[in-house]
Ligand binder design. Structure first.
Ligand code: AMP
Length: 395
């Protein structure tokens, strides 16, 4: 007997995250795994809920030489654990949906052509997402392939927050503020609707603080502004990315320092942010423990930019009813949450240090005008739900 399931895939530049969901009712996670350092020294981590012990092991190079072989390895593992499971749909995280996609779609030939056309907008990620879809099509020719976009949640931004002050022809060519982390914000918006419906209908800022970091202003549960722009480089400083930077720096680096455009790209994406400023690590835990002047300055800059964006997004919303932290840093770092909220009484938020230390869901004081919450995000579940939705609609 076979058991229908949804597989979720999130293909990064050198990683593949995979999830398996039971879909008898609302999707329920059965397994979650990650293969990192594909094409280098690959490593696998996977958890199977209560069904089997977690696995962590180095892989042979051939087991994850590229995304297709990494998917084979992941599927081999899942088939061994869940021999009855049969993927009836595969949900994919796709970084860029361009101006057109404002919701998940079933991938057909026309959609695939459009995803390829959008590749130049996200050359570091989109080709891997497409490779993931093609590998899944080959592995599961009868399954629905569903694309879920990081940009879609932001596609209804007001025009003023969708344009750059460039000649209009560039807007028409797609040079717009797209915003990213949309699957995470979609999840948080849904969770707020479930646990605090009044807040969901109000003015909310979500700070997704992980290795990638951005913030989003939600009004009535919908995104009206975000700190990321044309690419996932804008806004907050990140593990290795600059965040917002004066574009004049690029001209200087190219014209005076002699860097090529590829070298500038490498510098901005992989050597900057917390890593660049600290000279030590992109990892917040390491920086918090280090206590060196450089590590502290990196943390100071991270916190300063979050606080600046908090003010800016609150102005865009016309006030604030709730601030939500999520992502690896937002969900776990008491220090960062405390420092972000320090002296923010003017914005109506007051942190309860005890609740913050306990990692409670609500970490504001009872008297705080706006609530402060910590909500663990779950992008994979948003993908699984979208895939299940298409399966239900097809019945
Ligand atoms: P993500 O990309 O969402 O997985 O988040 C990764 C980031 O979360 C890294 O910078 C980690 O150091 C950070 N992180 C995870 N746990 C903690 C913690 N307990 N304290 C501080 N930072 C943490």
């Amino acid at each position: 007997m076979t058991h229908p399931v949804v597989l979720t895939l999130n293909a990064g530049s050198s990683s593949l995250k995979f999830g398996l969901y039971a879909i008898d009712g609302a999707p329920v996670e059965m397994a979650m795994g990650l293969i990192e350092a594909i094409g280098r020294q690959p490593r696998l981590k996977a958890e199977f809920g209560g069904a089997a012990p977690a696995v962590t092991r180095d892989l042979a190079a051939a087991e994850a030489a590229d995304h297709a072989s990494a998917l084979d390895t992941a599927l081999g593992l899942l088939r061994a654990q869940f021999p009855q499971a049969q993927a009836t749909a595969v949900g994919h995280r796709v970084v860029h949906g361009g101006p057109g996609f404002d919701a998940p779609v079933v991938v057909d030939d026309a959609v695939m052509a459009e995803l390829k056309r959008l590749s130049p907008f996200a050359p570091l990620h989109q080709p891997h997402n497409i490779a993931g879809i093609e590998a899944a099509q080959a592995a599961f020719p009868d399954a629905l392939q569903v694309a879920c976009f990081d940009t879609a949640f932001h596609r209804r931004h007001p025009k003023v927050n969708d344009v750059f002050a460039l000649p209009r022809e560039y807007y028409d060519k797609g040079v717009r503020r797209y915003g990213f982390h949309g699957l995470s914000y979609d999840y948080i918006s849904g969770e707020l609707g479930r646990i605090a419906p009044l807040l969901h209908d109000g003015r909310v800022i979500v700070a997704h603080l992980g290795n990638g970091a951005s913030m989003c202003a939600l009004q009535n549960g919908r995104s009206i502004a975000s700190t990321m722009g044309f690419t996932a480089l804008d806004g907050l400083p990140m593990g290795t990315r600059t965040g917002q930077i004066d574009p004049g720096v690029i001209f200087y680096l190219v014209q005076q320092e002699g860097l090529s455009i590829d070298e500038v790209r490498q510098l901005f994406y992989t050597k900057s942010g917390l890593l660049g400023l600290s000279g030590l690590s992109n990892d917040m835990r390491t920086l918090e423990a280090a206590g060196t002047q450089e590590a502290n300055e990196a943390i100071d800059y991270f916190v300063f930019r979050i606080r600046r964006e908090l003010g800016g997004l609150a102005a865009a919303l016309g006030g604030l009813d709730a601030l939500v932290f999520c992502g690896g840093i937002g969900e776990n770092s008491r220090l960062i949450r405390e420092r972000v909220c320090e002296g923010m009484g003017w914005l109506g938020i007051e942190l309860d240090r005890g609740r913050n230390t306990e990692n409670a869901t609500v970490i504001s004081t009872d008297l705080s005008r706006a609530r402060i919450l910590v909500i663990p995000t779950n992008e994979e579940l948003v993908i699984a739900r979208a895939a299940k939705g298409f399966l239900d609609a097809a019945v």
